[in-house]
Design a protein around this ligand. Sequence first.
Ligand code: CMC
Length: 391
Amino acid sequence: TGSFTYDPGFTSTASCESQITYIDGDKGILLHRGYPIDQLAEQSSFMEVAYLLLYGELPDRATLDNFSYTITRHTMLHEQLAQFYRGFRRDAHPMAIMCGVVGALSAFYHDSTDITDPKQRMIASHRLIAKMPTIAAMAYKYSVGQPFIYPQNDLSYTGNFLRMTFGVPAEPYEINPVIERAMRRIFILHADHEQNASTSTVRLAGSSGANPFACIAAGIACLWGPAHGGANEAALNMLREIGRPERIPEFIARAKDKDDPFRLMGFGHRVYKNYDPRAKVMQQTAEEVLKELGISDPVLDTARELEQIALNDEYFIEKKLYPNVDFYSGVILSAIGFPTSMFTALFALARTVGWVAQWNEMISDPAQKIGRPRQLYTGPTQRDYVPVDKR
Ligand code: CMC
C-alpha cells in the first residue's frame, strides 16, 4: 500500500536530519559541527571532539575538564565481565569479543537506562565512550595471554588506551608522544562519518527504543565487514600480499577485471568522489610514525606507489576512486604493534563517539519514528498448500 521508491543500498535516500557531520564528497570536505576534520585532527584532543559531537559546541577549559573527569569516572568494567572474556576462545576475533561484551553491558545497565530521560541517555553515552578503550584493550590482552591492565585515569584517553594495551604489570609503561599523537589522530579521524552503514544500524536499532548498549553492539557487528570497518585490515593484508612495488600492475589489472571479485581495499567510497580528507592526514601520520620508530617498511613504499599508479590510471579516474581513510591506517597501526585483527576494534572504539552522538540526536528528534523500510516483493504469488507426501 502507498507509493515508495526502490533504492537498494540507500544511495539516494536521506533517512534523517542531522546537525553533526557534513560531507561534500565531490570536494573532499568533512566537517564536524562545522569544524574541518584536518583542524580537529591536528589541534584538538579526542575528549574535545567527543564533547563537540555529543553536545554541538567545543567546550571551554572548565567544561572540558569536567567532561574528561566524568568520562574517566566510568573507565572501569564490572569485574564480572572479566569472567565473560574467559568464556571466549583465545583466538576469537576481537570484533566478536567486542560485539559480545558491549552487548553484555546492557545486562548491567538495563534497569538504570530510561532512554526517554536525556540525563540517563548521556550517562549511557559517557559509559560507552569511557569503557570502549578498556574493552578493546582487554580483548587484545586476552588474545596474547597477558593479564588485563586496569585504566589509569590521569593519562589522556589515548595514553590510557596504549598503556592498557601494551603495558604489563612487570614494568612501567612509557608513552611515546609521537605514537600517542598518531593514535589521537586516528581516533579523531574515525569518530564520526554521518550516515554510514554502522551508524545507520545504530539509529535503526535505536529507533525501536532498544537499550543503547545493545544498539552499539549492533553497530559493531555492522562495522566488522570488509566493505566498511574491516577494510583497514583488508587493505594491509592486500599491501602485504602485493609485497613489493613491482607486483602492483598485476593487482591493478585484477581490480579492473570485471570477472575478478578483487577490489583495491582502502580505495573508493560511497560519498567521496575526490581524495578522502582523512586519508591525507593518515598518510602524513604514517610517514611520521615510521620515521619516529625507525622502521622502513616496504608496505609503506608499496602503498605510496600503488596510490600514485591508481590515481593516474584511467579506470580509477573515470570511476573517481581515491584512497580512503583505511588505506594508510593499517601501516601506522601495524608499526605501533597492533595485530591486524585489532584494527577494526580500534575503529569501533573511536566510532562509538559518533554512534552515541547520532543515537542521542535521533531519540531527541520529534520527527523520529521506528525505522521501517519498505520492499518490492518479487516472490511467488498466492498458492495453495500441498501436503508433504503429495509434493
Ligand atoms: N577497486 C576496484 N573497483 C572499485 C573499487 C575498488 N576499491 N571500489 C569501487 N569500484 C568500482 C566498482 O566495481 C563499480 O564499478 P562498475 O560501476 O563498473 O560496476 C564502481 O567502482 C562503483 O562501485 P560500487 O561498489 O557500486 O560503489 P559503492 O558506493 O557501493 O561502494 C565501497 C563503495 C567503499 C564499498 C567500494 O568502493 C569498495 O568496496 N571499496 C573497497 C573497500 C573499502 O576500502 N572500504 C572502506 C570504505 S571507507 C571506510 C568506511 O566507511 O568504513
